[in-house]
Design a protein around this ligand. Structure first.
Ligand SMILES: C[S@@+](CC[C@H](N)C(=O)[O-])C[C@H]1O[C@@H](n2cnc3c(N)ncnc32)[C@H](O)[C@@H]1O
Ligand SMILES: *[C@@H]1O[C@H](CO)[C@@H](O)[C@H](O)[C@H]1NC(C)=O
Ligand SMILES: *[C@@H]1O[C@H](CO)[C@@H](O)[C@H](O)[C@H]1NC(C)=O
Length: 432
């Protein structure tokens, strides 16, 4: 079967599925069912055969479900590698995996969201893949992979800031991404080690129009005199500035520092899920009972506990209830801790503080947007992050034709392993 045909078949299947679930179809089918069932029941009741018939039906159901069950378990145990196990579950199952445990998000004050649509993201992907292929740092282990590189590029290109600031440069890959989005705008980069230091050992990127607060000139974001930096760059409107954080610091701390300086547009690269990561994140902060998919119970016999322990076998970064919960049933943050600075510092927080933190974030938030994964795991072959805690990908499972047309098959699969819910925050204007 040709690729195009396969795609058509898959989308036809999807369409069929859709109409099966569609209201009209469903209703008429149920109606027919009901009338037949009612008639049959009436007949059996009249003739006195109702109860024997019911028992027979139950027996048949039980036996057939047992057969299906044992077949399933044989299949699972015989396919040992994770990808073929994924295939066993099929595309449809995978698609429904997205967000199946729930995807917490931070509420914004007026319920606003971003202007861009999934169509814009697709168009962006088409443009970005060839750019990404020209990246100077091919192997960026410990730095950004494809998903977040795309996210940062897309958001930056959309917002068109007059100045870009990054905290956490490593070898300079993210500096390069910012440069691709805005070729003529200045960058300010803060990082303890200057990216040029990496040039001796291999590829790195040093930008010609970037002011580096690095090496002996390093200053932490929270200690920079931003007023004078803005003056130097002729910036009078702080809403024209985009900040990118990839420095593994407590994100609540960074938000407060950004607020103090008056910045409005922030991107955080590592927006770790609850129970994971080396610094406190917005995803963790907004994981609250009043949000769908938010709030957890440490009860070991719950549905969530069962689902989590099953998923942990498939996905490297998935956490089960034992990992999610610390002593005293603390699950918020990372087992009740607010981590900071690559986990070099961590502070225990109470449940009350956890709630207060989200209230605070919500009180200053105009927009919260998590970048979806670029493509489904059956396409990217990523096995790290669990799709049960992410929104649906831009290119959904089963859409191989699209995946290929976008040029994504040309990339090494390892570049898809770094997804951690990169987030864009728009902060409301503060009275000063
Ligand atoms: C994950 S790496 C950044 C990866 C990079 N953005 C990329 O695209 O490849 C984290 C970087 O943060 C730097 N860092 C550590 N503490 C920092 C701080 N307080 N402020 C800014 N950067 C910091 C580290 O030296 C490291 O280079
Ligand atoms: C820096 O940017 C300015 C325009 O903003 C441009 O004229 C200049 O050539 C750039 N310098 C380098 C080294 O890229
Ligand atoms: C983070 O720090 C805590 C406390 O120092 C330690 O118990 C834990 O193992 C660390 N976690 C990681 C992933 O390094």
């Amino acid at each position: 079967m040709s690729k195009k045909m396969l795609e058509r078949v898959l989308s036809a299947r999807r369409a069929a599925q859709f109409s099966e679930e569609g209201d009209e179809d469903d209703e008429s089918k149920t109606r027919k069912h009901i009338s037949f069932a009612t008639r049959a029941t009436n007949y059996l009741t009249r003739t006195g055969y109702l109860w024997p018939c019911l028992f027979l039906c139950l027996g048949v159901l039980l036996v057939s479900s047992l057969i299906i069950h044992s077949r399933n378990s044989v299949c699972i145990s015989s396919s040992s590698d994770p990808i073929s196990r994924m295939r066993f579950f099929g595309f449809d199952e995978l698609e429904s995996d997205f967000g199946s445990l729930g995807v917490p998000w931070c509420r914004s004050k007026h319920g606003r969201t971003v202007e861009w649509t999934s169509k814009d993201l697709l168009k962006g992907l088409e443009e970005f893949v060839p750019i990404y292929e020209t990246r100077p740092i091919k192997n960026n282990m410990y730095g950004m992979g494809f998903d977040h590189s795309f996210g940062l590029w897309f958001i930056t290109k959309w917002l068109k800031p007059d100045l870009m600031i990054e905290s956490g440069a490593f070898k300079g890959h993210s500096t390069w991404v910012l440069r691709q989005a805005m070729p003529d705008k200045p960058i300010v980069s803060l990082s303890p080690r200057h990216p040029e230091k990496y040039l001796k050992k291999g590829p790195a990127y040093v930008d010609g129009n970037c002011t580096y607060f690095a090496g002996k000139d390093f200053v932490d974001f929270g200690s920079v005199d931003w007023g004078s930096v803005m003056k130097k760059h002729g910036i009078t409107d702080l809403s024209q500035v985009l900040i990118f954080f990839d420095d593994h610091q407590n994100e609540l701390k960074r938000l407060k520092q950004a607020l103090k300086a008056g910045f409005r547009h922030l991107v955080f690269e590592d927006n770790y899920d609850t129970g994971t990561g080396d610094h406190y994140s917005f995803r963790q902060i907004c994981d609250q009972f009043y949000i769908r998919g938010g709030g957890h119970s440490c009860f070991k016999d719950s549905d969530e506990a069962r689902i989590r322990s099953r998923r942990k076998k498939f996905w490297e970064k998935a956490v089960d209830i034992d990992e999610l919960c610390g002593p005293g049933e603390v699950w918020w943050g990372v087992r009740g801790q607010m981590r900071d600075d690559f986990n070099h510092s961590n502070k225990v927080i109470s449940y009350g503080e956890h709630i207060q933190n989200s209230r605070f974030v919500e009180s200053v938030l105009d927009v919260y947007w998590e970048l979806p994964p670029v493509a489904g795991p059956s396409l990217t072959h990523q096995m790290r992050y669990d799709p049960a805690r992410t929104p649906s990908p831009i290119v959904e499972d089963g859409r191989f034709g699209l995946f290929q047309r976008l040029g994504l098959t040309r990339l090494e699969t390892s570049v898809f392993n770094g997804y951690t819910q990169m987030v864009y925050l728009q902060i409301s204007e503060q009275d000063s």
